[in-house]
Design a protein around this ligand. Structure first.
Ligand SMILES: Nc1ncnc2c1ncn2[C@@H]1O[C@H](COP(=O)(O)OP(=O)(O)OP(=O)(O)O)[C@@H](O)[C@H]1O
Ligand SMILES: O=P(O)(O)OC[C@H]1O[C@H](OP(=O)(O)OP(=O)(O)O)[C@H](O)[C@@H]1O
Ligand SMILES: [Mg+2]
Length: 283
């Protein structure tokens, strides 16, 4: 049995549970239960505060965990990382009151900065030769300048709406973060084997999320040109249409190239283009 620690409630919780479920792992969860076991995979799930997860995994209380890179690097445990998971993307940024005349990082010399990430902030400032007073607080950081606690803050930003609501502007990006899977370094062979199975499933889910299945009709004399645009996993599938001189072409496209490719396909004379989601993808 492998033990995974995930955040009990917060920004990481829903996507962590979603990923586990998309891997075909079933379990019964209730907001009151802090531990649950899968009914169809050798996995036990612990629901914890996110800040505690790296420590528990390092100590072996949990075998693996899902946590934000910001917390992991702040706690100096980035070497536990196994896989980037691509969700809970955010950044750690420095922000000052909107009305401040901020021109460069040197403006923060001698200033008071409130943050929950003193280590990440300190190394960012040190690298740039800036000396500031860091006040570590555990939450509601954005309020600090307006109550006279600090001149600036360093906190998580995603849409930027929390900064705007608190009369602040983002002035420096300190760290880019996303959720990662971490693992204890001394897993037994049995546990490592379960982790490999889980990683295989996670990769299949992630690959499918980055890809789309595409079907289209094309005149036979355009099939070669279109195949170059849609190489797919190995090569596209080409099937004859009932209508003479036409083929149906099936392939897989990467989400990032998607709109670019669609434009080019239309230019070749492709018709009836269908794009459908892929649930799992094993290559
Ligand atoms: N606005 C956001 N958008 C995307 N990701 C975010 C956002 N805010 C935080 N995160 C990511 O999610 C993680 C958890 O954030 P959350 O705000 O739930 O933490 P918390 O308040 O410290 O929770 P806990 O009660 O578990 O200690 C952060 O460490 C960060 O990696
Ligand atoms: O740029 P935004 O999209 O506004 O997101 C940033 C906010 O999100 C997080 O807090 P959260 O809302 O999770 O609440 P918390 O302070 O209780 O953790 C983070 O601490 C910021 O305050
Ligand atoms: Mg926390």
């Amino acid at each position: 049995m492998l033990r995974i620690a995930i955040q009990k409630s917060g920004r990481l919780s829903d996507d962590s549970l979603k990923l586990i479920r998309e891997c075909g792992i079933s379990f019964i969860s209730s907001s009151l239960k802090l531990k649950t076991e899968s009914t169809n995979f050798p996995l036990e799930i612990l629901f914890l505060r996110d800040d505690d997860i790296p420590g528990y995994v390092a100590d072996g209380v949990a075998d693996i965990g899902i946590v934000g890179q910001n917390v992991l690097v702040e706690e100096g445990m980035q070497d536990l990382t196994v896989e980037e998971l691509g969700f809970s993307k955010c950044r750690l940024s420095l922000a000052v009151p909107k009305a401040d005349n901020y021109s460069s990082i040197e403006d923060l010399n001698g200033k008071n900065i409130a943050t929950s990430y003193p280590n990440l902030l300190q190394s960012y400032l040190t690298e740039r030769g800036v000396q500031a007073n860091i006040h570590t607080i555990s939450g509601s950081v954005e309020i600090a300048p307006s109550i006279g606690l600090a001149d600036a803050i360093c906190d998580i930003v995603s849409s930027g709406s929390t900064l705007i609501s608190n009369g602040l502007k983002e002035v420096e990006r300190v760290f880019k973060s996303q959720a990662v899977l971490i693992a204890n370094k001394e897993l037994s062979d049995e546990k490592r084997e379960i982790l490999e199975k889980l990683l295989f499933r996670i990769n299949a889910v992630q690959r499918s999320q980055r890809s789309k299945y595409i079907l289209l009709n094309a005149p036979n004399d355009k099939v070669a040109e279109i195949s170059k645009l849609l190489p797919g996993v190995k090569s596209p599938t080409v099937l004859p249409l009932l209508e003479e001189g036409w083929s149906s072409l099936h392939s897989v496209v990467n989400e990032d190239d998607f709109w670019d490719i669609i434009e080019k396909l239309k230019a070749t004379g492709a018709q009836g283009i269908l794009v459908v989601p892929i649930e799992k993808m094993i290559i």
